[in-house]
Design a protein around this ligand. Structure first.
Ligand SMILES: O=C(O)[C@H](O)COP(=O)(O)O
Length: 273
């Protein structure tokens, strides 16, 4: 089987951006403010990640970005186990010269069969300050529903000693513009796996939302969203509105072609067995 043909590039003036919030974490399950505390997925979160991977199994990917937190790394890796290209996702260690050197790959062939996964702290969840580890329901009972809603959803209000969405946007969107957008401009297909608020801020940028509009933007765990990047513009194709709409992607003809090729190759592989 010629695996490289799974990855024939789509037309270079159109690239795809997939955005996914990590699957349910062990603190999501307990309804605790999590922020930058590094908590893993629950069993349900693992299933959500695999399900997201199934939805994305015939989407082209050249590079994947995750936050530095384990819940988004787990989600990305589990999702990629489902991909038709059978490339091996490999976390790139660029944090130090030594780390870069120690993780070298010495075969071009093996490199071609791998998918780089870049982790960045700038994509981490907003830092929830003094709320980290507190129960959301109990916090609303103590401080009032409105106050807690403002901490959680407003653009400019900071949770006590934490980051406002505006502060989170500054680091996440700067990272996106400096590192991810150039990949898309170069015709690369990208997946970003991160968090409710780092992704709300990125979506605010992609969709040109106002601080008032972003208040109502809620992201479900493990639901992929698709954007097409074309002629310097982001066009949203999958809705972030809710799980029901998530699988209803309006494929572009290029994506439909890629999917068709993947399906044909899978059929061939099955016949060969
Ligand atoms: O950090 C958290 O607690 C969640 O990932 C996001 O929480 P939120 O819905 O309260 O912003």
């Amino acid at each position: 089987m010629n695996q490289t043909s799974y990855h024939e590039p789509l037309s270079t003036n159109e690239s795809t951006l997939i955005i996914v919030r990590h699957g349910e974490s062990m603190w999501n399950e307990k309804n605790l403010f999590t922020g930058c505390v590094d908590v893993p997925l629950t069993r349900k979160g693992v299933d959500e990640a695999i399900q997201a991977g199934k939805i994305l199994s015939t989407m082209p990917f050249d590079i994947v970005y995750t936050s530095a937190l384990v819940r988004s790394k787990m989600t990305a890796m589990l999702a990629l186990t489902q991909h038709c290209c059978q490339k091996v996702p490999i976390i790139i260690h660029n944090e130090k010269e030594e780390a870069r050197f120690f993780s070298q790959i010495y075969s071009e062939d093996t490199k071609n069969q791998s998918l780089p996964v870049v982790t960045a702290w700038q994509l981490n969840e907003r830092m929830y300050g003094d709320l980290q580890g507190l129960n959301k329901q109990e916090t609303a009972e103590i401080f009032g529903k409105e106050q807690v809603y403002n901490w959680r959803r407003s653009y400019a209000v900071r949770p006590p000693n934490g980051e406002s969405l505006e502060m989170c946007l500054k680091r996440a969107v700067t990272y996106f513009k400096d590192n991810i957008e150039p990949q898309l401009m170069a015709g690369k297909h990208v997946m970003v796996v991160a968090h409710a608020n780092s992704l709300r801020s990125i979506i605010m940028y992609l969709d040109n939302l106002t601080p008032q509009e972003v208040i109502n933007l809620e992201l479900s765990t493990g639901v992929p969203m698709l954007y097409i990047y074309k002629d310097g513009k982001f066009i949203r194709r999958g809705s972030p509105a809710g799980p029901k709409e998530a699988s209803v992607y309006a494929y572009t003809s290029n994506l439909a072609l890629y999917k068709q090729k993947c399906d044909e190759m899978l059929q061939e592989t099955l016949k060969e067995r």
